[in-house]
Design a protein around this ligand. Structure first.
Ligand SMILES: [Zn+2]
Ligand SMILES: [Zn+2]
Length: 110
């Protein structure tokens, strides 16, 4: 076994002979074992095929905010200590069960 130490970080490389599905270049080493039938890309093509991260940071990171408090469900009277929104003074507050019940049945379109 002849592993090359790359700055202390040992990475297992699979040796072989493949052709890049992108540029057709020869590939002799891969950091993973390619599964049969799956396209193999050289490092350059792999990079350019990778979906780009949206700049700006935090993209795609869905943050759910919860509000802590002490409310009562307007329907069943259950105590509610957490809400996914900030309740305004005169809107009735429902627990999750009653909220679902009160919501008109609708298909989730996502
Ligand atoms: Zn390539
Ligand atoms: Zn309720």
């Amino acid at each position: 076994m002849d592993f090359q130490n790359d700055g202390g970080f040992q990475r297992q490389m699979f040796k072989g002979s493949w052709k890049c599905n992108g540029c057709g270049g020869e590939i002799t080493e891969l950091p993973f074992e390619p599964a049969g039938g799956k396209p193999v890309y050289c490092r350059d093509c792999y990079k350019s095929n990778k979906p780009r991260r949206t700049g700006g940071g935090g993209g795609g990171n869905f943050q759910r905010r919860t509000f802590q408090g002490n409310w009562k469900c307007s329907d069943c009277g259950t105590e509610i200590t957490e809400l996914p929104f900030e309740p305004s003074g005169d809107t009735p507050i429902y627990c999750l069960d009653c909220y679902r019940k009160n919501k008109p049945p609708r298909r989730d379109f996502r």
